[in-house]
Design a protein around this ligand. Structure first.
Ligand code: ADP
Ligand code: MG
Length: 434
């Protein structure tokens, strides 16, 4: 029965990724090209165990070639292609040129589209992509089979049987290509997660160490500052101006350390009612010099009442917004615009940070906010992640919209804080309703 043989073929096709997942087990890419070897073996097995009838070989070798290119890279792809051609040549038969044509078409399709494949983000689109590529040689094969049948060049007794075989064949190819993609994606996902966990661990340790050092430095600094202040009061000599200078600089160092400490631990310390508009305007004033230096116009527009309140930790909120605005300025070329637009919709208030910068493509957009993701030489890849965490800790939400070469809009939404009086009246109404 063809269906049994084809199910055996599915097992053979899935075996490389299954064995590979056990061997690699979420570890880094191994040195030895396991995947290439497994795919070569699977390719040979496909042909050895293929179902031969009507003078044709029914097997899933095209799926093997396509996946070798997509998941093993170009080199693996061509090696597997060569092995398949060789094995098929050894088997010989009347329709050898026909077999060559189909394998070559699978390899070429996979080769030309493998770069595009890497840009596909979602796994279901990848599944469709793999299926489409695997069907390229199948379409050729089916067409040629039809032509051969019409010329009576194939020993076909019953055409309806051939039609049912073709149906099963296409169906099994679709299933196999879909499954193999899902398995490969699961293996890759596991590897990515493992790497992310290790890096997060490292980052956590570093942040913890840095925070404790900053803490230790702050204490002697405070003592030194205190004594210097005393000495300054007693001193009547010409050193007075130096004292002011030293105290100023010490104050600055203290501020930097305090900022770092509040940044390293994004718990909300002092949650209070913050006037959002005031905060946004302060940020605009703070970053204006930086924007001017980068040749970017930084402007602010609002559509809310002056006194609108949000419940937030003022410093953390500022830090988060500064990160987003700084990213926007950095992404915008000379002469571009960055706008801070504050709007209220229902019980949420949103700060849109909109730039006319380089924007991001889908792939970049999907990675933004993940740990250590940066495209800058001196970037840390932490700003966005920390800022999202801060906003989410305030029951807010951050969304990104971006178009490559057009610009990006980061929208930071926070719940509006109702005045105590308003809350009261709402509660009263609820009570009345009850
Ligand atoms: P860093 O600024 O250190 O690179 P971030 O986490 O702040 O780290 O940003 C991560 C990456 O996201 C940046 O390197 C950049 O590629 C991208 N990015 C962030 N904001 C924007 C933006 N407004 N426009 C285009 N790309 C952006
Ligand atoms: Mg940044």
């Amino acid at each position: 029965m063809i269906i049994e043989k084809l199910l055996l073929q599915v097992l053979i096709v899935l075996s490389p990724v299954l064995i590979y997942s056990v061997i690699s087990n979420g570890k880094k890419e191994p040195r030895f090209p396991f995947l290439m070897v497994f795919y070569m073996l699977a390719g040979v097995l496909c042909i050895v165990f293929s179902y031969q009838t009507f003078g044709l070989y029914w097997d899933l070798r095209y799926v093997i070639v396509v996946c070798a290119f997509l998941y093993g890279g170009v080199r693996t792809g061509w090696v597997v292609f060569a092995v398949l051609m060789l094995t098929r040549t050894i088997y010989g038969g009347d329709h050898l040129p026909f077999a060559y044509l189909c394998i070559t078409s699978a390899a070429l399709a996979a080769y030309f589209f493998q770069a595009k494949y890497q840009q596909v983000v979602t796994k279901w689109k990848k599944v469709l992509f793999t299926i489409a590529l695997s069907l390229v040689p199948v379409v050729i094969q089916v067409t040629i089979t039809m032509i051969l049948v019409s010329q009576h060049a194939l020993p076909v007794m019953d055409e309806s049987v051939l039609a049912s075989y073709l149906f099963y064949y296409v169906l099994v190819i679709i299933i196999a290509a879909g499954f193999i993609t899902l398995l490969h994606e699961a293996v890759n996902e596991r590897r990515r997660m493992q790497e992310e966990i290790i890096r997060a661990e490292k980052f956590n340790t570093l942040a913890g160490l840095a925070a404790s050092i900053a803490h230790e430095v702050r204490n002697p600094l405070t003592v030194v500052k205190g004594f210097l202040q005393l000495m300054k009061e007693d001193d009547k000599s010409t050193n007075q101006q130096y004292f002011s200078l030293v105290l100023n600089e010490l104050g600055r160092a203290e501020n930097i350390i305090n900022d770092y400490l509040s940044f390293a631990k994004p718990e909300l310390k002092s949650v209070e009612n913050v006037k959002l508009l005031e905060t946004v305007q302060e940020i605009q004033a703070l970053l204006q010099p930086y924007a001017i230096k980068e040749g970017v116009h930084l402007n602010e527009l609002h559509d809310i009442e002056e006194g609108l309140l949000v419940k937030a930790d003022r410093n953390q909120l500022k830090q988060a917004l500064i990160n987003f605005v700084k990213n926007a300025i950095e992404a915008t070329p000379n002469g571009g615009n960055v706008s801070l637009i504050v709007q209220q919709t229902g019980n949420m208030v949103t700060v849109h940070i909109s730039d006319t910068g380089k924007g991001m493509n889908k792939e970049e957009l999907s990675r933004i906010g993940s740990l250590f993701y940066t495209t800058k030489d001196k970037g840390t890849g932490l700003g966005t992640m920390v800022s999202i965490r801060i906003i989410e800790a305030m029951a807010g939400m951050v969304t990104f919209k971006s178009k490559e070469l057009v610009g990006t809009t980061v929208s930071v939404s926070l719940p509006v804080q109702k005045e105590p009086a308003t809350i009261h009246s709402i509660n009263d109404k609820k009570k009345e309703a009850m």
